[in-house]
Structures are given as structure tokens and as C-alpha cells.
Design a protein around this ligand. Sequence first.
Ligand SMILES: [Fe+2]
Ligand SMILES: [Fe+2]
Length: 179
Amino acid sequence: MHSSQPFLTDIETIRQRARQHIEDGSITEGYTADRETIIKLLNEALATEIVCTLRYKRHFFMATGIKASVAAAEFQEHAKEEQEHADRLAARIVQLGGEPDFNPEGLITRSHAQYSEGSDLRDMIKEDLIAERIAIDSYREITQYIGDKDPTTRRIFEDILAQEEEHADDMAGLLQGLD
Ligand SMILES: [Fe+2]
Ligand SMILES: [Fe+2]
């Protein structure tokens, strides 16, 4: 009879739940977001950041070659910051129990922003500005989608969004400086 071992089932249930909680890490039952969707959005943003890092790297080395030192310094700084964005997104994916997708295959398809080499300095800056504007719009939409369901992920996107706005502003300034 159950009464002879009144706690047995309860303890087993509690143990099972505890095990599930451990596997979920920081994710508790109070997490109401669709985790799969959040991880997918994070991975798309990760791809975007990697593509932006590569594009700025390319532009840095090319601009250095044509002795455009002011623009080159901006490109280098942005490349570093895009890399940091990528790292933050990847860390959050793992925290949510997902896997960051660093596969070069399909990278450009997963990314929102494009990889454009640019034919000259003006073209490079223009393409960077366009990429930033794409990132700004998609990150803003992601932030709105997340709402109150996952404040930590939302804050990460908000932080990155703010920096992309600065990047866009930098590029707009460089473009004006060329005129
Ligand atoms: Fe970024
Ligand atoms: Fe950026």
C-alpha cells in the first residue's frame, strides 16, 4: 500500500523535477518564452554579427591599403564590437540550452545583413551603413517580439541595438565627411 511508504512517490517526483531543473540550468518554469524561437532568433543575429565582423575586417584592410586612416580606424573598431556582439549572443544561446551555429556554410543565408565588399571607400561605407540599418530594424523587431517573456535576452538585443545605432551614425558621419 502507498500508506506504508507515504513519501516515496513524492520524493521520486521531486527528484525527477530537480533533475529536469538541473538540465534546464537557469531556465525555470517561470520562463514563458518560446525557447526554440528565441534560440533561432539569437542564431540569426549571431550569423548577422559574424558577417558584419567579416565585412568590417575586409573594409579595414582595404581602407588601410588606400590610406583612408580615419575610416579604417572606424572599420577596425566596429569589427571588434561586432565580434563582441557575436560572443554575447553565442553565450546566451548556450545559457538557453541551445547551440550557437558557427557553421560557415549557410552563414550568409542565416544572416540578416549582407556581405558587400564595396568597390571604393565611399561604397564600403555605404554598404556598412546599409548593413547597420538592416541590423537596427531586425533587432528592434526582435526586441518587440520578446517583450516581457525573456528580459535577459531582450536586454542583450537592446544593448546591441544601441551600439548598431552608434555604428550607423558613425558611418553616416564618414559618408558626409567624404562630400
Ligand atoms: Fe553588431
Ligand atoms: Fe554594427
